[in-house]
Design a binder for this molecule. Structure first.
Ligand code: SF4
Ligand code: SF4
Length: 224
């Protein structure tokens, strides 16, 4: 059985964790003055409008759609510098750090969590991913609204291992190939994540370096 992979993290400021379903954002009474000040509200008004008590603890309220009361348009936290410890410490919560289902759930929600697989898993899966990619039809990926091309973890790791040319030069995978890679990741337990190419790729390269001492080199690199 493969041990829970380590992860590296860099926040994309996407706001998903501030609007992902319903939950509690716990606050302490001593947090309230700074939160209220950051919002330009009196402490009494802030508490009345934005805080509730659940099982004896204070929590920020959420809107009907599950968004935190402090999340503004553009995914900005209205009180970012004063945000509660729960928000500051994500994803370095003990249950997430211990791996398993909590890490799976966090990594499934948060695109800033990059799970770096064990080297043995990468060396087993990357040649199969390379076979899929080499057979795939490649078409320029439509960039997102910010003009970014997106990568998945398998594409990024293939590039880091030297099986694909540097990011941006190999175009993008068509939907069928992307789905095949996703299925391969699901079938093998290879940690799946996606992100905008430039930032995601740099974070992933740094993660490989920090956690595994560098990207895997495959025995039969087709470019050598
Ligand atoms: S979901 Fe992750 S990447 Fe997005 S804002 Fe929250 S912590 Fe940052
Ligand atoms: S307090 Fe700010 S960082 Fe925390 S969940 Fe609410 S909007 Fe997000």
């Amino acid at each position: 059985m493969i041990a829970a992979p380590d992860f590296v993290f860099a926040c994309h400021r996407c706001g998903l964790c501030c609007r992902a379903g319903h939950g509690r954002v716990w606050v302490e009474a001593e947090d309230l003055p700074a939160l209220a000040e950051a919002c330009g509200e009196s402490e009494a008004s802030f508490t009345a409008r934005r805080v509730l008590v659940d099982e004896g603890r204070l929590s920020l309220r959420e809107r009907a759609d599950g968004c935190c009361t402090l999340l503004e348009d553009g995914n900005q936290c209205r009180a970012y510098e004063a945000r509660p410890a729960q928000c500051r410490s994500f994803p370095y919560w003990p249950e997430i750090l211990s791996g398993g289902a909590a890490l799976d759930a966090a990594a499934g929600m948060c695109p800033g969590i990059q799970r770096i697989p064990e080297r043995a898993l990468a060396e087993n899966v990357l040649p199969r991913a390379a076979t899929l990619i080499l057979k795939a039809s490649v078409a320029p990926t439509q960039p997102d609204a910010r003009g970014e091309r997106w990568l998945c973890s398998l594409e990024a790791d293939l590039e880091l291992a030297g099986w694909l040319p540097p990011s941006g030069r190999h175009g993008g995978l068509d939907q069928t190939a992307r789905r095949q890679l996703e299925n391969l990741a699901a079938a093998t337990g290879y940690p799946w994540s996606t992100g905008p190419a430039t930032r995601f790729f740099a974070e992933r390269a740094a993660g490989w370096q920090a956690l595994r001492g560098g990207a895997p080199r495959l025995a039969s690199d087709p470019q050598e």
